[in-house]
Design a protein around this ligand. Structure first.
Ligand SMILES: Cc1cc2nc3c(=O)[nH]c(=O)nc-3n(C[C@H](O)[C@H](O)[C@H](O)COP(=O)(O)OP(=O)(O)OC[C@H]3O[C@@H](n4cnc5c(N)ncnc54)[C@H](O)[C@@H]3O)c2cc1C
Length: 385
């Protein structure tokens, strides 16, 4: 029997979001109007269980929605992705009986917007080390001091999932993860980038930002960890990030097809390029790559939902998905540009924007080097010390 996949985003909503995308890119502004529409559609509580008032969607269902949203407006999808990552990992843990981040789901149900404030300049250990100082408070809470970069949803978040290093922890140095509010936080106005401009992923300075004890959910030794929180973070982050860039690819194929039908050829007596064997091959090449990209995102998302057993290869599968998806999206957009002709080189052309947006995929964790390291270890074994 066919499975029923639930959706929250209507075609009307996606059309509105799509229409605004060019303006937010040009004016380098956050899409408040998109966020309002997404909130009204219940999208910010997509992962929140139904008993808490949310939609209780699975990772596969949200990944499918993120592909659709990114096809309409890549930067809007990437920005809301960060809220979905925080709430999605909380839902995954809660689904496994771990309520340590259950407060995230309850707060999301109450309307809080979560950002993901983890990246730091020059920190290639990413989640396994930190330049941010986590200072334990007498009440068991933590204050964080440091600078996080690329915090998407900069102007609008109300809760920030972050982490830092507590060197004085009684059990030895610990990476402490918690959720802070806006107090003790400065969001710089410094987001002016090549693409993904509407994400407004500004620099965030933590100057004593406070996480109360009941919102401090992990204190892990630096380095890789078998803690289920790390698995949940990787599983949701890598899958949804892959979904966003796969959505960019989906839109690029649509634009390539439209261009092949629209552009006529002098060489072929005025017939559209859709009759030209070379252009047909290029469009087919883009669709071939795109079809595979979509299948792998949904299949791995379903594996997470169904707790499939990838054993020791889980992390290789997840980081591999991210790298394949983001690299494939770049190839697909590149092919679409070649099919679309010189119009795509003009500022304001949608493919021009997709070309700039899709490039951001190379910077997200897991980057190429780290992903190859993980996959190499999974197939070759670890490097000797
Ligand atoms: C569109 C977009 C949205 C993102 N959203 C989020 C998000 O919401 N949350 C999140 O946690 N991450 C987010 N990321 C961040 C991402 O995960 C990476 O951390 C980011 O792309 C930079 O990675 P990097 O290691 O290449 O940066 P780095 O090479 O570390 O460089 C980043 C900046 O730091 C400076 N720098 C580099 N090394 C040092 C140093 N040693 N000392 C001081 N400054 C230094 C560089 O000049 C540069 O300006 C986003 C990235 C992108 C592209």
């Amino acid at each position: 029997m066919a499975r029923t996949l639930r959706t929250l985003l209507t075609d009307d909503l996606l059309e509105r979001v799509h229409e605004r995308a060019a303006t937010h890119d040009r004016e380098n502004t956050f899409p408040h109007d998109d966020l309002d529409d997404l909130r009204a559609a219940g999208y910010l509580t997509a992962f929140v269980p139904e008993q808490l008032g949310g939609a209780g969607l699975t990772l596969e269902e949200v990944a499918r929605e993120q592909v659709r949203l990114a096809a309409a407006a890549p930067a809007t999808a990437l920005a809301v992705n960060m809220h979905l990552v925080v709430t999605g990992l909380a839902a995954l843990l809660a689904g496994h009986g771990d309520d340590s981040v259950g407060f995230v789901l309850r707060d999301a149900a109450a309307g809080e917007v979560f950002a993901f404030g983890n990246s730091e300049a020059g920190n290639d250990l990413v989640m396994f080390g930190s330049r941010t100082r986590a200072e334990r408070q007498p009440d068991g809470g933590y204050r964080f001091h440091g600078t996080k970069i690329f915090t998407s949803l900069g102007p609008v978040w109300t809760r920030l999932a972050t982490f830092g290093l507590d060197e004085d922890h009684p059990d030895g140095p610990r990476l402490v993860h918690g959720v802070v509010g806006r107090e003790g936080v400065t969001t710089k106005d410094d987001w002016d980038t090549l693409g993904m401009r509407a994400t407004q992923s500004a620099t965030t300075v933590l100057d004593g930002a406070y996480a109360p004890a009941d919102q401090v959910y992990r204190a892990l030794p630096p380095g890789p960890s078998a803690d289920p929180f790390i698995f949940a973070l990787f599983a949701v982050f890598e899958t949804l990030l892959a979904a966003v860039y796969t959505g960019v690819g989906r839109r690029a194929v649509e634009l390539a097809v439209a261009a092949a039908h629209r552009r006529t050829s002098f060489k072929h007596d005025g017939r559209p390029y859709a009759h030209d064997p070379d252009i047909r091959w290029k469009v087919a090449e883009a669709a071939l790559a795109q079809d595979g990209a979509e299948l792998q995102v949904f299949a791995l998302a379903r594996d997470v939902d169904e707790r499939a057993d990838h054993g020791s290869r889980w992390f290789a599968q997840l980081v591999g998905l991210k790298v394949r998806a983001t690299e494939t999206a770049r190839v697909v957009v590149d092919l679409a540009l070649r099919v679309g002709g010189g119009g795509g080189y003009f500022t304001g052309n949608e493919l021009n924007r997709l070309y700039r947006d899709v490039l951001a995929g190379i910077y997200h964790p897991s980057d190429d080097e780290s992903a190859h390291g993980t996959v190499a270890t999974s197939v070759l074994g670890p490097l000797p010390d």
